[in-house]
Design a protein around this ligand. Structure first.
Ligand code: N01
Length: 506
């Protein structure tokens, strides 16, 4: 693997491009590579960060590891025979993305350190007028690949500003803060916390973990690949594809547990309870660590060192709600003040809100956020939105997964938008806009399917749900079904505006 950031030149932005992509994570990079491979070279990808990687660039907390098997966590067009483990650590995924970016020859069309500020649809010219921190640019298509989990969500805790020690979010880890021999408090017990707590527990003086809801945590059967295995993956034709296909099918087979037969989850939950009992002897701690909702309702976590970390002498699992913070302590509702030098906030992301929606204004003069506030967060095929011509979302509404790799969904959405662009060119179309009826029908079907899922019936409150309790995050079917439904851009579900002087038939 290569080392060091994959940076592009710092040339000024062009005045106009065919496709402007916001975000250089898996979504933006995949989009750039596939556009280029399809013959469209006129695109630009901007990102406020310093290099490619997105969430894998930003989440550098100790212990950050992918909880999806390595074999599924790469683009299908750029398999990586060099994964060192069955679940890849963050630095390897980041290196992988740098390598893909360099090898694909698209980096000259990436601009880093450039923030997306606003986009407004220019109806007369059928163009997006985009403002960035590096100046304006116009584009025929605007692709938001900004990521659903990119904006940290901070807890609304009284006294947070009064805390004198260091405070940082898990996704904005402050590596300058030494933790050795410090009294550390961690808020949250989600996917990030269960990775970072075991990674730091051994070096800190004390670690208080503030838990609001106990998660389901299955053992992680992670292992290092032997040299011979890696060599075989590199040399034996088809071997890695076969392994990937088997892993893929194994994951797809779990879909019924989430969408139709939540009772299957109770079989799996035995393994999670055994995970607790193996590591924790104290019955009081065992009871605190035990979840009280159906497995699968929130993201199923995997770790073999979370419970052993909780059982350490220097770690306390605090389940009393936090009342407030003082200059040097976290105070819980029972009045107990636990002193802390460092506060780590592992409270997740603004996932359902998608902050970029505030910055995109459609032809009616309303932002995507305003439209979603009325209509609910929704789109057509998770990729387009009625009222916003030529806007494509990667990881848009209801594309998330509880069971498999998001890279699969991203590739489906990228194929959909690349096909859209080429059909538009072939048919002489200046703009396409999802039909209101098509979007309504798509979402009615989604929400009907949601009713029986464990996400709706499992007795939990998760970030998958919006304030009204509607699941706007997850895809309630297999990734295969999503791939099939997005395999071809369905022009007939779109209002079409011909290029001035051209006929819609091209
Ligand atoms: O965030 P979370 P995350 N007071 O929302 C608690 C992906 N991911 O960063 O459950 C006290 O899961 C909250 O409590 P509760 C993955 O998709 C992937 O851990 O709401 N506590 C919860 O315990 C994941 O789902 C990988 O009651 C508060 C925690 O904070 C997503 O990112 C690795 C609170 C937040 O958990 C988010 O994970 C890591 C408050 N005010 C993450 N507010 C992979 O390996 C929140 N909490 C691929």
């Amino acid at each position: 693997m290569i080392e060091g950031p994959a940076v592009a030149d710092t040339a000024a932005l062009p005045d106009r491009v065919a496709v402007l992509i916001v975000g250089a994570g898996f979504g933006g990079l995949g989009c750039a590579v596939k556009l280029a491979a399809s013959g469209e070279q006129d695109f630009l990808c901007i990102d406020r960060g310093a290099e490619v990687g997105g969430t894998w660039r930003d989440n550098t907390y100790p212990g950050a590891t992918c909880d999806v098997p390595s074999q599924l966590y790469s683009f299908s067009f750029a398999l990586n025979p060099d994964w060192s483990r069955s679940f890849s650590p963050q630095p390897e995924i980041q290196d992988y993305l740098r390598t893909v970016a360099r090898d694909s020859g698209v980096l000259d069309r990436f601009r880093f350190g450039v923030e997306f500020l606003a986009a407004r649809w220019d109806e007369a010219c059928a163009l997006w007028r985009i403002e960035t921190s590096a100046g304006p640019v116009a584009a025929n298509l605007l692709v938001s690949a900004a990521g659903a989990l990119s904006e940290p969500k901070l807890p609304d805790l009284a006294g947070l500003d009064d805390f004198d020690g260091a405070v940082f979010h898990s996704a904005r880890w402050d590596h300058r803060q030494p933790l050795a021999s410090k009294r550390v408090a961690v808020i949250g017990t989600g996917a990030s916390a269960i990775q970072l707590v075991p990674a730091i527990a051994g070096q800190v003086a004390s670690l208080d973990v503030y838990q609001r809801t106990a998660p389901w945590v299955l053992p992680r059967h992670d292992r290092r690949y032997r040299r011979l295995e890696r060599l075989a993956m590199r040399r034996v034709p088809g071997l890695q594809r076969l392994l990937r296909a088997l892993t893929y099918l194994g994951r797809e087979a779990t879909v019924p547990m989430f969408i139709a037969l939540p009772r299957l989850g109770s079989l799996v939950s035995r393994s999670a309870l055994a995970n607790i009992n193996r590591a924790i002897a104290d019955p009081v701690l065992r009871a605190k660590a035990r979840p009280h909702f159906a497995l699968g309702c929130k993201r199923v976590l995997i770790s073999s060192d979370w419970y052993p970390a909780l059982a350490r002498d220097n770690v306390e699992l605090v389940t009393e709600p936090i009342s407030h913070l003082t200059g040097d302590a976290v105070v819980t509702a029972d009045g107990t003040a636990r002193p802390a030098d460092v506060l780590i906030v592992a409270t997740g992301f603004q996932a359902t809100e998608q902050p970029i929606a505030d910055l995109i204004t459609g032809p009616a003069g309303r932002t995507l956020a305003q439209v979603w506030a009325e209509r609910g967060v929704q789109g057509y095929k998770g990729s387009t939105v009625h009222g916003f011509p030529n806007l494509f979302l990667i990881v848009g509404p209801n594309t998330g997964l509880g069971h498999s790799s998001m890279v699969l969904q991203i590739e489906s959405q990228v194929a959909y938008l690349v096909d859209a662009w080429h059909r538009m060119c072939r048919h002489g179309l200046a703009a396409v806009e999802a039909d209101a009826a098509a979007e309504q029908a798509w979402n009615a079907d989604l929400q009907r399917r949601m009713r029986r899922t464990v996400w709706s019936t499992g007795g939990c409150r998760s970030w998958y749900l919006d304030a009204s309790g509607r699941n706007v995050a997850l895809w309630p079917r297999t990734t295969y079904a999503f791939r099939r439904l997005t395999s071809r851009f369905d022009l007939d579900a779109y209002r079409q505006t011909p290029v001035a002087g051209a006929s819609a038939d091209g």
